[in-house]
Write a protein that binds this ligand. Sequence first.
Ligand SMILES: [Mn+2]
Length: 315
Amino acid sequence: MRMSNDPPHRRPWSGLAVSNPKNADIGILGIPYDGAASFRKGAAQAPARIRAQTPHVAPFTERGVSLAGLRVYDAGDVLCGDGSVTACDWQELTKRSSVMVQEILPLPFLVALGGDHSVTFPVVQQISRVTNGALGYLHIDAHLDLMNAFEGLRHSHACTARRVLELPNVAPEHAAFLGIRSWLDEEIAFLEAHPAIHVEAAATLANDGVAAVLERTLPFFHNVDAVYVTVDIDALDPAYAPGTGTPEAGGLSTRDLLHILESMFKLLPVRALDIVEVCPRLDPSDITTFAAIKLLYEAFGWIHARQGRSNGTSE
Ligand SMILES: [Mn+2]
């Protein structure tokens, strides 16, 4: 832990962290669980690694907008049993995640840090419970995660989106998948049975460009009450995010992903964001961790601008 006489930007979350959730703009929780990863575990280390690097990042967006005044409440990590989350039972993890999500649900915006992609489900579930109408689900990933079960597990990280689509207010016509470049027979059959689901392959995105993809995707979220955005860091090309369990070549650039997310946050009622599958032990030079932090800090900027508008002050 750094000394408290460090300059503010040398503190966790670049000095934006507040110790009291009351009146915070953003609530963060870590879910350091990788027990549902099918290959190359290690994402459980990501919340700690991401936090540890935040004192080395300036509290600004990439366009030079100061984040000063943004109040970020970090609720810490979901822990269970003896504190070893990796060995945690899935049911217990879900229960404990739900309790911690509920603590920060009153805040205007929620951020969850995985963990493998399975940790998305308990967070979306809680968001769906407090969303009166339709909840949009934007899944940015190399993989669809639409398996009913994978290697015997219904909560495998390959089943996350399938479980989310079982929630009562997440309809296929309000679900979009971007960056996809890995497919399984059962997932293709599921998509054929649910043609309302919108899928943009990474190859299509590269071919048509971000603007065309946004134009096609945004209408799927018209008339929803809230949108949940999940970012599996493996949506990025391994050149930008090598530190992840199941890399797939041919992915998005960080620039394109920022462009997509910026439009989503500015045009849609995005209520929560998670970033999952960062695997520090496979991450030379912390490239992937810093990519995740860049996405987070830009999201902070978009939320800060939104809060400024809702408070009646200028951006
Ligand atoms: Mn993935």
